[in-house]
Each structure stands twice: as structure tokens, then as C-alpha cells.
Design a binder for this molecule. Structure first.
Ligand code: SF4
Length: 449
């Protein structure tokens, strides 16, 4: 067991790869073969009061109703949130009125991508409305068991680009490092549904992590490491410090990113101890997984503020989901809310064709039309890049509305603006590889701009 990261429920120091005789000393955990890290391990002193969020009225009411023995300090403790996650049919039925479809799906479930919802996130779910966006993203339905044409378990072909377990090397200069299979909340459309929450929710071999570090050390072309999972921020501070410290000790790793939904589903995870530790590893960026503006509670906005105050640039990742966020108002409201929370909208993803996800997937044209509806109508910073992650390892391919109309007979470029007007631009030199404009449209000349 001592060579395995095995976080049970909840993740704990006790059985982890990085666990030590002392709860806070990680000095002995540094693999002997590793070059010396330039940053000393952290010493964590938890301060529950300093990390408290003010309980919203809704949270306080939810806490009183469903966890009457717990205190506000418990609620604000991310470990308490983990220990009290909603995981069973019985747990869920205490909190929401399940439909027959939801109930049958939960009963039928086996293996990876179990039900897992923090009490905090459960407090945001509509207990009666089965079509509420947030509810649909975390409570399974029977459609999950229907595999449609083109769907499979590993649509991005990550397993075929994995030189060592837990490391995906798909692009020339960057890698994806999967440090855990655990998430405190499981999204029903997860691209890694095949692995998250499996094997006691998290099981990563120490030897795999070491092999990943070794691989990165040996490949000097790798300048960017994205730490993901599962959710890396579900690791406790000591384990995360260990990963970051070892990566930062590799001279050619210029840039480290963390992908996480933790600030959204468990904002109390963003403690002062965590941000103090993270600040030691700049340049460190974060991609936060948001789905809907309902997630932007005062607690989540405060958590994003704590990360931003620690100097961490924040970008968002959002999966386009049918009936959840696929209309202009919902998407624009989310993007505006992200800007106010100091998060730059980064990627809007077409929902990957994982098995059983057809009920979430929109046509690609929906994403394009959403971008078209936002571009020019709102702040440019609010507009994410819409991408399709191409099946079988093709990588992210941006798809944008086509604003280029072609060239006119005088060689001027015809561009369509956000409001439908067509403008001439006196382009010169090499032409864009597009067809000649087939007909003259009413255009607005460059001189008139
Ligand atoms: S948080 Fe990310 S890794 Fe975890 S279930 Fe959701 S999409 Fe998957």
C-alpha cells in the first residue's frame, strides 16, 4: 500500500503517497533520485476562522435543514464538505425529489463516475425541478447508459498519447499530468468519465508520478505542464506542494497550469494556506471549470478573488451543454459574471462524444452561433474561444463565425461586422485562401470607417 496514492473517502493524508509520520512534514517524501527542489516544503497551519466565508442565507438554511448537527465552521471546512458528500440514493433522496428516471439511473450505476456532490453544491440544486441546469450536470439519468454513434470511452485518444501512466503528451511543448482520479463533484458529461471516481475514487501509483516527473525531465522540449485529473485541488496542500515543487525544480518547465472545478463546487477549499503555498510557484495559472451563472455565488466569487489576489491569472473553461447553457442569455450572463469574478472566459468546449453524452450535446453550429451572438454585442474579454477537441488526439480546433466574405473585383477584402454590415478593407500582399466573392454586396468602404 505504501507505493500507492489511494485516497479513500474523503482524500486524506493517512494513506497517500505523500503521507508522512508528521501531518505537515513532507521533507522525507522527496524521491531520492530527484534533483534538489529549489523551494522548501510548506508547513501548514490551518486556521478555520480566517478562512471562513460568510454563510449566505441559502447556505445557512440548507445547513440547518439537512445537517443540523454541523456548525458554520464545519460548513466552511473543505474536509468536512468532502466527508459529507452526497453519494448514495439515500443521501440524495434526503435532499431532492428524484424522478423515476434519475432514481433508476442511480440504482443502475456501477464503476467510474459515481454520484458525488458536496453539500455546498447540493445547496444550489433545485430540489424539485429536474430540468434545472446544475441539477442535470450532477444527477445521472438513464440516457447515460445509451451509447450513440461516434461516442466512445476515450474520445480524445488520451490513452494512446500517454508515454507513462497519468501523463498525456499530445502537443509538442506541453503535457497533461493527471495527479488524481478524485473529484469532490462528478460531472455527468466528464471527458474522463472512464477513469474519474474509479478504484476507491483515487488510485495513482507513486511510481507513475515519479515516472511522469522523469519523463518531463528527460524531454527538454516540454515547457508547459497542465496539472489535471480528477481535480488537483482535491489534493491537500502538502501533496499539491510536492507536485508543484518537483515540477518547478525542472529548469525547462516554464509554465505550470492547474485545471480545477474545486473553487466552484467547494469554494472553501481556497484557504489562505493554499494560496500562500501556490504563490511560491509562479508563473502559475489556473483554468476554472464553470457551467452556469448559478455557480457564481458570493462564496465562489470570493474564492476566485483569493486566487486572483495570490497573483494567479484565472481563465474559465465551460462545456456547452444542451438545455443547460446553450442559449445566448445564459451564456452571456455566465461570461459577464466571470469577468466580474476576475476570471477571463477562455474556452467554450463542444461537448466531447463520451459514451452516453448525446443528451448533453448540441450541434457544433450552436456554439458558433453563440459566439456570433456575443461578438460585438458585448465586451471582447467576455468572449471565449469555441473549440472542438478533435477525436483521436487531433487537439483543440477553434471554430469561429466566418466574418470574411471574400475579395471584391478590386482585390479589396470584404468583411462582415457583428451587426451584419459588410466592409471593404484595402488588403495587400498575399491573399487569404478564400474564394472570390461571388457577387457584389452592399459594402461600407474602409474610408468610411
Ligand atoms: S470536475 Fe472535471 S474531472 Fe471532475 S468530473 Fe467534473 S469534468 Fe470530470
Amino acid at each position: 500500500m505504501d507505493n500507492i496514492i489511494r485516497d479513500e473517502e474523503p482524500p486524506s493524508l493517512a494513506t497517500a503517497m505523500l503521507s508522512t509520520p508528521s501531518a505537515i512534514s513532507v521533507v522525507d517524501l522527496k524521491p531520492k533520485a530527484f534533483p534538489p527542489a529549489t523551494v522548501q516544503p510548506i508547513r501548514v497551519i490551518h486556521n478555520r476562522r480566517r478562512n471562513r466565508f460568510r454563510l449566505s442565507k441559502a447556505s445557512a438554511e440548507f445547513l440547518r435543514r439537512f445537517y443540523p448537527q454541523a456548525t458554520a465552521d464545519d460548513w466552511n471546512d473543505w474536509r468536512w464538505q468532502n466527508r459529507h458528500r452526497v453519494r448514495t440514493l439515500e443521501d440524495l433522496e434526503r435532499i431532492v425529489t428524484l424522478s423515476e428516471d434519475e432514481r433508476a439511473a442511480i440504482v443502475r450505476h456501477q464503476g467510474a463516475l459515481p454520484v458525488g456532490i458536496t453539500p455546498y453544491y447540493a445547496s444550489l440544486i433545485d430540489s424539485e425541478n429536474t430540468s434545472q441546469g446544475l441539477r442535470r450536470t450532477v444527477i445521472p439519468v438513464l440516457s447515460e447508459y445509451e451509447t450513440s454513434a461516434g461516442e466512445n470511452e476515450d474520445p480524445l485518444g488520451e490513452d494512446h498519447h500517454s508515454p507513462v501512466p497519468g501523463l498525456v503528451h499530445r502537443y509538442p511543448d506541453r503535457v497533461l499530468l493527471l495527479v488524481t482520479n478524485f473529484c469532490s463533484v462528478y460531472c455527468r458529461y466528464c471527458t474522463r468519465a472512464r477513469m474519474v471516481g474509479s478504484a476507491g475514487e483515487r488510485s495513482v501509483k507513486k511510481s507513475d508520478i515519479e515516472a511522469a516527473f522523469d519523463y518531463i525531465r528527460q524531454h527538454t522540449e516540454i515547457r508547459d505542464v497542465l496539472i489535471s485529473g480528477g481535480d488537483p485541488l482535491s489534493l491537500d496542500d502538502e501533496k499539491l506542494d510536492y507536485v508543484l515543487r518537483n515540477l518547478r525544480a525542472i529548469p525547462h518547465v516554464e509554465f505550470i497550469r492547474i485545471g480545477s472545478k474545486q473553487p466552484v463546487v467547494q469554494p472553501m477549499r481556497i484557504t489562505s494556506e493554499l494560496t500562500r503555498m501556490l504563490k511560491r510557484y509562479h508563473p502559475l495559472w489556473m483554468s476554472l471549470h464553470f457551467t452556469h451563472a448559478d455557480e457564481l455565488t458570493p462564496e465562489v466569487v470570493a474564492a476566485c478573488g483569493r486566487l486572483a489576489d495570490a497573483g494567479i491569472p484565472l481563465g474559465s473553461q465551460t462545456v456547452l451543454l444542451k438545455g443547460v447553457n446553450d442559449d445566448v442569455n445564459t451564456m452571456t450572463t455566465l461570461m459577464h459574471g466571470l469577468l466580474k469574478a476576475r476570471v477571463k472566459p477562455y474556452y467554450l468546449y463542444q461537448c466531447d462524444p463520451i459514451s452516453g453524452s448525446a443528451h448533453f450535446r448540441t450541434p457544433v453550429s450552436t456554439g458558433v452561433e453563440l459566439i456570433r451572438a456575443m461578438r460585438g454585442h458585448t465586451t471582447g474579454y467576455a468572449i471565449p474561444t469555441f473549440v472542438v477537441d478533435a477525436p483521436n488526439g487531433g487537439g483543440k480546433i477553434p471554430i469561429a463565425p466566418d466574418y470574411v466574405q471574400g475579395y471584391d473585383d478590386n482585390g479589396e477584402l470584404l468583411l462582415k461586422s457583428y451587426d451584419g454590415g459588410v466592409y471593404r478593407y484595402p488588403d495587400s500582399g498575399a491573399r487569404l485562401p478564400i474564394a472570390q466573392a461571388s457577387k457584389q454586396e452592399e459594402v461600407i468602404s474602409w474610408e468610411h470607417l
